[in-house]
Design a protein around this ligand. Structure first.
Ligand code: 5GP
Ligand code: ZN
Length: 117
């Protein structure tokens, strides 16, 4: 079951259409929209419609929904790039998480380097 929704959750508001975003793909359980500060030619955020804080909480509460998020990321990469992608879930402030509604960064559209830290 989804976690209780913080009343101020930015990504819940984007899912609800209360905050504008450039949505690129949706399905019954997830929404994909462009990151406001893209770090690559393709930089899309994929979020579950239900509120979960981070990837571990999502995986524990609703593993099928995590699968739906990954499937939508794959679809976005096929539609927006060459089908290849990096999927990043920052978990916790020290890892760079700044929005506490789980989101996968779908990154690609160029040859990526690898400097994770
Ligand atoms: P995090 O740092 O939590 O892994 O990722 C949050 C991402 O959300 C950042 O890449 C940031 O650019 C993006 N972001 C923050 N506010 C907004 C917004 O209002 N709209 C969109 N589309 N992206 C946002
Ligand atoms: Zn939320």
């Amino acid at each position: 079951e989804p976690a209780p929704v913080p009343s101020d959750c930015l990504f819940c508001k984007i899912v609800a259409g209360e905050v504008p975003a450039e949505i690129v793909a949706t399905d019954e359980r997830a929404v994909a929209f462009r990151d406001i500060a893209p770090q690559a030619p393709m930089h899309v955020l994929v979020v579950p419609r239900d509120h979960h804080g981070d990837i571990a909480q999502l995986a524990a509460a609703d593993p099928e929904l995590l699968g739906a998020v990954v499937a939508l990321a794959d679809r976005v990469a096929g539609e927006q790039a060459d089908g290849q992608f990096r999927l990043v879930f920052n978990s916790g402030p020290h890892a760079g998480q700044s929005v506490f509604h789980v989101h996968g960064h779908v990154i690609g559209g160029k040859q990526l380097g690898w400097t994770p830290a």
